[in-house]
Design a protein around this ligand. Structure first.
Ligand code: HEC
Length: 101
């Protein structure tokens, strides 16, 4: 009983920031083409994190890419420009994506 409660609390503490980021991705329509674990129209966010794990310039480049859209890195299907998403949201989303493991 106690253990279950502790586990639930731990899970809650871990889930909260991740869920806020997921909600932000949902709100900005990213999840219609992406998921964290699986390739949909676009690459899985975990694969993106893996690809750029050692790339210090990735954050700035991906922020620009998400805003402007583009193709050719993961395949021929382009990501359309996401001009409706605020700069702050794009930055939060890219930081989150790169932090996934
Ligand atoms: C209409 C579908 C679609 C939507 C909506 C979309 N994406 Fe993408 N995304 C793609 C595709 C397709 C690619 C692969 C592009 C390529 O191969 O260069 C991609 C690639 C990416 C990449 C990796 C880029 C690279 O150069 O490695 C990131 C990061 C990303 N998307 C984040 C986002 C975020 C954040 C949002 C929401 C604001 C979003 N995407 C919305 C389809 C989409």
């Amino acid at each position: 009983m106690k253990k279950t409660l502790l586990a639930a609390m731990l899970l809650g503490a871990m889930a909260t920031p991740a869920m806020a980021n997921l909600a932000l991705a949902q709100k900005n329509n990213c999840l219609s083409c992406h998921s964290v674990d699986a390739k949909l129209v676009g690459p899985a966010y975990k694969d993106v994190a893996k690809k750029y794990a050692k790339d210090k310039g990735a954050e700035a480049r991906l922020i620009a890419k998400v805003k402007a859209g583009g193709a050719g890195v993961w395949g021929q299907v382009p990501m359309p420009p996401n001009t409706q998403v605020s700069d702050a949201d794009v930055k939060t989303l890219v930081k989150w994506i790169l932090s996934l493991k």
